[in-house]
Design a protein around this ligand. Sequence first.
Ligand code: PMP
Length: 359
Amino acid sequence: MVHLFNAGPAKVPDEVKEQIQSEFFNFAGSGISVIEISHRSPEFTALMNESNVNLREILEIPDNYRILWLAGGATGLFSSIPLNLITSKDDVLDYVVTGTWSKGAAKEAEKYANVNYVVPIPADFTGVPLEESMKFTPGAKYVFYCDNETVNGIEFPHILKTDSTIVCDMSSNFLSRAVDVQKYGAIFAGVQKNVAPAGLGVLIIREDLISADRLHQVPKVWDFKLQDAANSCLNTPNVFSLYVTNLVLKHLMKNGGLKRYSELSRQKSSAIYDIIDDSNGFYACKIDKDARSRMNVTFKLASKDLEAEFVKKAADLKIEGVKGHRSVGGIRASLYNAVTMESVNYLGDFMKSFQKNHE
Ligand code: PMP
């Protein structure tokens, strides 16, 4: 058995994969495989409606929010959100940059809008900015931040404090803790971390923010108003990813919902951070303690050679996916919902014995 710590695409629960396998040739009693079924079929329409109901229940999404499933993943939403929300050339968008992905989102928005950086982009990402250092624009169209920076391993401990409409990228901590949806204008995620196969973005957006009165032309597939009216089926959606999404939503509900997964996330990440903190500097995590990600634990060893050996020895023991992102190096263990405590303990034991063998 492989212990998989991939950052995304990432582990899907074994039980869900078994179900996919068992019904692969016969989706919902149709005699047709889910990868062949029409997105206009009653079976698929039922699945789409059920996913919306399930997600609404899990996140307690109020009635005045719409759920859209869109092509292009989270990167697509970096573009489609400003394109759909900007209504005037004078609109200002506030961006809080805390890592690789929020920086990328801000650069994308600069193509279409006046972007204000709420804090200067730091030379190195090590935490979330202090409240008093953030300079929000009065009357900004929205303020954007990334709840969990997957590459850097930085997670907001709480919702951003601002009076503006919040747009939040939750790609890598989506469904890992309860969220008070009504405090946000929009929440979005690429599903390939905590949910399902890649290529699908989910957007939860307050309905008053979906308007036809936009400054820019919007590509039809990313037109929130059109996609909302078409129940996210304006064009052929990612049927397979939506199918797995619904299975994972049901799996999550059956296994205790967000309350349980949030507690598990805390336990799993603490187990690894404790080993780092008790290693006398053998493992070093530079992220401020209050902003350490529960999803992506990042750390370094004394040299690149030692890190390469760590990754190699881990692979020998069937621990996969722990190499840090190519842009920052080091080690990263992603502990999404489907990663079990057993796998985390296995990784922890390996870390301890690797340290012992190198001291
Ligand atoms: N935001 C975050 C926080 C991410 O981790 C990622 C992907 N790693 C993205 C956005 C981009 O997602 P996608 O690949 O689905 O476009």
